[in-house]
Design a protein around this ligand. Structure first.
Ligand SMILES: Cc1cc2nc3c(=O)[nH]c(=O)nc-3n(C[C@H](O)[C@H](O)[C@H](O)COP(=O)(O)OP(=O)(O)OC[C@H]3O[C@@H](n4cnc5c(N)ncnc54)[C@H](O)[C@@H]3O)c2cc1C
Length: 436
């Protein structure tokens, strides 16, 4: 029986293992959590959701909703577990996290061809087919082994990022284009102006919003706060602190010549000019709170967040420089990466990349042609993004319609999302057929 090692039994590793086990391969699954947990793990079981208990929207016209449908086409273990442990949460797929993780663990354990090795893996044998799916909190020992394999420069770490919204969702009747003091040849920044009354409301909600503090251990929290203060922490220093900091209005007069009380600046985030980040808004607020509070910013009332601000340790490799679209190392096809460590962001996205790695690992072991998912699908769009983004400034990405190929035909804005979904679900079936 052909063998493969999978390191990490999180969302990506569990999906990859499930696919390979069903194909009859012997899977050696290495997982450290039963001998040493990281600061956010609580369960002994696989596929643990460490923070929120939601796999986000169920609406198929949302990219993440469509992504879940695509995954279900491949008999996704994570989607089956979510459906079996679902709890009411409107249009979100929320789960009971213990049942969810228990389902995944039981499903994997039911295979006789699975060997579970409860240990921290600290070496990678370049000659053994291996999927590395150790997530954003990959242990230090393995980080070193990965850095040796791919080169130190290719391993990233960040503490704080600001949220990103789609340009399409910004209200340009309110937001205006201008650089501070009109410096520079082109007006690159978008500016969301606030009256005093709007600012006061925003400030009150911001300082009272719920933070995701639990994820920061004391030592790390000090580091974040020195170098890169979360916007809500800065706001708590005083009511007007932000108007002397990131929301400073000077040099940003409105087109009518008046100066607003405060201004939130947005900076272009991707070459295609689809995404904008909120300057100075690194934050540790819960994702739901970010949406609620940041949507109070005039012009962002309907903002679609493609990435929320996060402040936690996040190890990821420079995928655009070193990975193929089959999630193999360009320098060694035996080694696959999957999950958040590749630079996809989010539970669902991590699991989806696990399916892709599992499929391509199986095909390599069977000496079959690899499968590249078309970037008309969300699965393919994500992998296309992480393998084609600018390698000099690669940042993790979650699912959004902005990362899939544009529609070929002109479609009314109101119908566009559904059209993306229809095309994606159609094209994913084509991929599925190739496997059968
Ligand atoms: C604090 C925090 C909060 C997050 N909150 C959310 C959220 O609310 N919603 C969301 O969608 N995403 C969230 N994410 C991002 C991301 O989606 C999750 O981290 C997701 O679990 C990633 O899936 P994964 O399979 O790549 O990694 P993980 O689920 O982290 O799985 C990796 C597994 O590898 C194991 N492992 C690590 N090193 C080794 C080793 N050397 N040897 C053996 N095993 C090892 C770990 O114990 C773990 O079980 C959060 C991330 C962090 C760090």
């Amino acid at each position: 029986m052909k063998e493969i090692n999978i390191i990490g039994a999180g969302l990506a590793g569990s999906e990859a293992a499930y696919y390979l086990l069903k194909q009859g391969f012997k899977v050696n699954l290495y997982e450290v959590k039963r001998v040493k947990k990281n600061p956010v793990q609580k369960l002994d079981t696989f596929g643990e959701l460490v923070c929120s208990n939601t796999l986000r929207s169920t609406l198929i016209e949302n990219a993440v909703g469509c992504l879940k449908e695509e995954m279900a086409t491949f008999d996704s273990l994570v989607i089956k577990a979510a459906k079996a442990s679902q709890i009411p949460a409107g249009a979100s797929l929320a789960v009971d996290r213990e049942q969810f993780s228990g389902y995944i663990t039981d499903a994997l354990r039911s295979f006789a061809n699975l060997t579970i090795i409860d240990q921290e893996m600290t070496t990678i044998d370049p000659n053994v087919p291996t999927i590395i799916a150790t997530g954003p909190l990959t242990t230090d020992g393995l980080q070193e082994a990965i850095a040796q394999l791919i080169g130190k420069d290719y391993f990233y770490f960040f503490d704080a990022v600001a949220p990103i919204v789609t340009k399409d969702s910004i209200n340009f009747e309110i937001v205006y284009r201008k650089n501070r003091y009109d410096k520079g040849e082109t007006q690159d920044y978008l500016n969301a102006p606030m009256t005093e009354e709007e600012y006061n409301k925003f400030w009150t909600e911001l300082v009272n919003a719920e933070s995701a503090d639990a994820h920061l251990d004391g030592e790390r929290a000090d580091k974040f706060f020195e170098g890169c203060m979360p916007v809500e922490v800065m706001a708590k220093r005083g009511k007007e602190t932000l108007t002397f900091g990131p929301l400073k209005p000077v040099g940003l007069r409105l087109p009518d010549g008046t100066t607003p009380h405060a201004v939130v600046q947005l900076r272009q985030d991707n070459a295609a000019d689809e995404f904008y980040n909120l300057v100075g808004f690194q934050t540790n607020l819960k994702w739901g709170e970010q949406k609620r509070v940041f949507s109070l910013i005039p012009g962002l009332e309907n903002a679609e967040f493609v990435r929320y601000g996060v402040m936690h340790k996040n190890n990821y490799i420079n995928s655009p420089a070193i990975l193929t679209q089959t999630l193999q190392l360009k320098s060694n096809p035996n080694i696959f990466f999957a999950g958040q460590i590749t630079g996809v962001e989010g539970y669902v996205e991590s699991a989806a990349s696990g399916i892709i790695a599992g499929i391509n690992a199986a095909r390599m072991l069977n000496e079959q042609e690899p499968i590249i998912f078309p970037n008309t699908t969300v699965m393919g769009g994500l992998i296309h993004y992480i393998t084609h983004a600018d390698p000099t400034n690669f940042q993790p990405m979650k699912s959004a319609w902005g990362i899939v190929a544009p529609l070929e035909q002109k479609v009314k804005k109101t119908e566009r999302k559904l059209e993306y979904t229809k095309r994606a679900l159609n094209d994913i079936k084509v991929v599925c057929k190739k496997l059968n």
